[in-house]
Design a protein around this ligand. Structure first.
Ligand SMILES: Cc1cc2nc3c(=O)[nH]c(=O)nc-3n(C[C@H](O)[C@H](O)[C@H](O)COP(=O)(O)OP(=O)(O)OC[C@H]3O[C@@H](n4cnc5c(N)ncnc54)[C@H](O)[C@@H]3O)c2cc1C
Length: 384
C-alpha cells in the first residue's frame, strides 16, 4: 500500500489525513505538539469549507457543533451601519469553536497519529523514482521514515516550506486578540465592525458562547502584561455591544499576524506537496485560512491517487494554485479597503453607504462558490 506522511496535525493536516485515507493511502500524521489541540477560540466555516468537509464525512459533525449564522453587513466603530443587508441575505456561515472543528475532522480520519514529534528535515524524492524521506525528533530520539507522498501541513512557520522554498515571512502590521466569552444576548447575525486601522467581530459559536476577535494595528512582538486590560482600553470608545462583549471576557490570547514576503512559485516539489498555511498563509480579513485548508485537503485526496503521483500532483497544482492565490490577494484587498485603512476611511464609508447591500453580499459570497474536483468512489464511502 502506498504510504503518505502528513507533517502537522492542525485542521488542514487532519482533513488531509482523512481525504488521503479515503483515496486508499496508508497515512501517518507527525505532529510536534504533545497532543492534538487547536490554539485560538473560534472561527467561521463558510459554504466552501463545509462542502469540503462533507466530502470526507465531517460536515454533519461541524453542523452539529457549530452555530448557523447570517452575515448581515458592516458597521462603523461607533455602531452606525455602513452596509446593512436584509436578514435573509442568502449566505450563511457556521460559527464554531476551533477545537470542535478540529475534533470533527479528527473524528473521520483513520491515520497513525504520532505526537511530540518535531519534523526537522524533509528530502523531496522524485515521483516514479526515489521515495521521500522525513526526519523528526521526539523524546526517544531522532527518527527517519520514507514515504511515497509527503504533505507539508505544518502551518505558517512550516519547516517543510522552508526546506523546499525558503521561508521569508513579513509582519502584516496587525496583531489579533481572540477570546471565547460566555454570552446569551448576541443573536445569529454577524456583522464586521471597522474602525481606524482596526476591526472587531463577534460570532456565536454555541447557545451560550460567543467568539470575538479584535484585529488592530500594532508593532510586532509587543509584550503586554495585562492583555485583558489592553483590549478593554483599546476598544473603550467603540459601540456599547463591542465593549460589553469584551467586558464579559476573562481571558484573551493575542497573536501577531504574519504572511509570506512573496508567494511561492508552486506548491509541489518532488513527492512533497504543501497545503493550508504552509502553502498560502493569508490575512484573517477574509476568514478563509481554515476554509481554504479544508478545500486543499479534500482536493489532494480526490486528485492524488496512489500509483498516479506525478499526474495527480500536477492536477493538484492546477486546481489549487490560482484559486488560493486569488484568496490571498482578496484578503490583502479586504485589508487595504477595510480594517487597514486609516485616514481614507471616511471616503470608503461614504461609498459603502451608497452600495446596494444585496449586491455587495452577493459579490462577497462569490469566493465561496467552490466545488470539490470529483468525489471518492463508492468503495471509499463504504469504508467510511
Ligand atoms: C486571528 C486569526 C483569525 C482567523 N480566523 C479565521 C476564520 O474565521 N476562518 C478561517 O477559515 N480561517 C481563519 N484563520 C486562519 C486559520 O486559523 C488558519 O489558516 C488555519 O488554522 C491553518 O490551518 P493549517 O492546518 O494549515 O495550519 P495550523 O493550524 O497552523 O497547523 C499546523 C500544525 O502543524 C504543527 N507543526 C508545525 N511545525 C511542525 C513540525 N516541524 N513538525 C511537526 N508538526 C509541526 C503545528 O503544531 C500545528 O498543529 C484565522 C487566523 C488568525 C491568525
Amino acid at each position: 500500500m502506498d504510504e503518505a506522511i502528513v507533517v502537522g496535525g492542525g485542521i488542514g493536516g487532519m482533513a488531509v489525513a482523512a481525504a488521503l485515507g479515503l483515496a486508499g493511502w496508508r497515512v501517518r500524521v507527525v505532529e510536534s505538539a504533545p497532543e492534538f489541540r487547536e490554539v485560538g477560540a473560534g472561527l467561521a466555516v463558510t459554504a466552501n469549507g463545509l462542502r469540503a468537509a462533507q466530502v470526507i464525512g465531517a460536515g454533519e459533525a461541524i453542523e452539529r457543533n457549530g452555530y448557523r449564522l447570517r452575515p448581515v453587513g458592516t458597521r462603523r466603530w461607533d455602531g452606525e451601519w455602513l452596509l446593512r443587508a436584509p436578514d435573509d441575505g442568502g449566505t450563511f456561515m457556521l460559527g464554531i469553536h476551533r477545537q470542535r472543528l478540529h475534533d470533527a475532522v479528527t473524528g473521520v480520519q483513520d491515520a497513525e497519529l504520532v505526537t511530540g514529534a518535531r519534523v526537522t528535515a524533509v528530502q523531496a524524492g522524485t515521483p516514479g523514482g526515489e521515495r521521500a524521506r522525513v526526519f523528526w525528533e521526539s523524546a526517544d530520539g531522532v527518527h527517519e521514515a520514507q514515504a511515497d507522498l509527503v504533505v507539508g501541513a505544518d502551518g505558517l512557520r512550516s519547516v517543510t516550506r522552508s526546506i523546499l522554498f525558503g521561508n521569508a515571512l513579513k509582519y502584516s502590521g496587525f496583531s489579533c486578540w481572540r477570546a471565547a466569552a460566555p454570552d446569551r444576548t448576541l443573536d445569529d447575525r454577524y456583522a464586521m465592525v471597522w474602525g481606524p486601522r482596526a476591526e472587531f467581530g463577534a460570532l456565536r459559536i454555541s447557545p451560550d458562547e460567543v467568539y470575538w476577535y479584535g484585529y488592530v494595528a500594532m508593532p510586532s512582538g509587543q509584550v503586554i502584561a495585562d492583555e485583558v486590560g489592553a483590549v478593554r482600553e483599546y476598544f473603550a470608545d467603540w459601540a456599547p455591544d463591542v465593549r460589553r462583549m469584551i467586558e464579559a471576557t476573562g481571558e484573551v490570547i493575542r497573536h501577531d499576524v504574519w504572511v509570506l514576503e512573496r508567494p511561492l512559485p508552486r506548491y509541489t516539489d518532488g513527492r512533497v506537496v504543501l497545503i493550508g498555511d504552509a502553502a498560502h498563509p493569508m490575512l484573517p480579513t477574509l476568514g478563509q485560512g481554515a476554509n481554504s485548508a479544508l478545500e486543499d485537503a479534500v482536493s489532494l485526496g480526490l486528485l492524488v491517487r496512489p500509483g498516479q503521483l506525478r499526474a495527480g500532483l500536477a492536477k493538484y497544482e492546477e486546481a489549487r494554485y490560482r484559486r488560493t492565490q486569488k484568496l490571498v490577494n482578496r484578503s490583502q484587498w479586504m485589508g487595504r479597503t477595510g480594517s487597514h485603512l486609516g485616514r481614507g476611511q471616511w471616503l470608503r464609508n461614504a461609498m459603502l453607504r451608497l452600495t446596494p447591500p444585496r449586491a455587495a453580499l452577493r459579490n462577497a459570497a462569490r469566493i465561496l462558490d467552490w466545488t470539490p474536483p470529483g468525489s471518492f468512489g463508492a468503495e471509499a464511502i463504504d469504508r467510511r
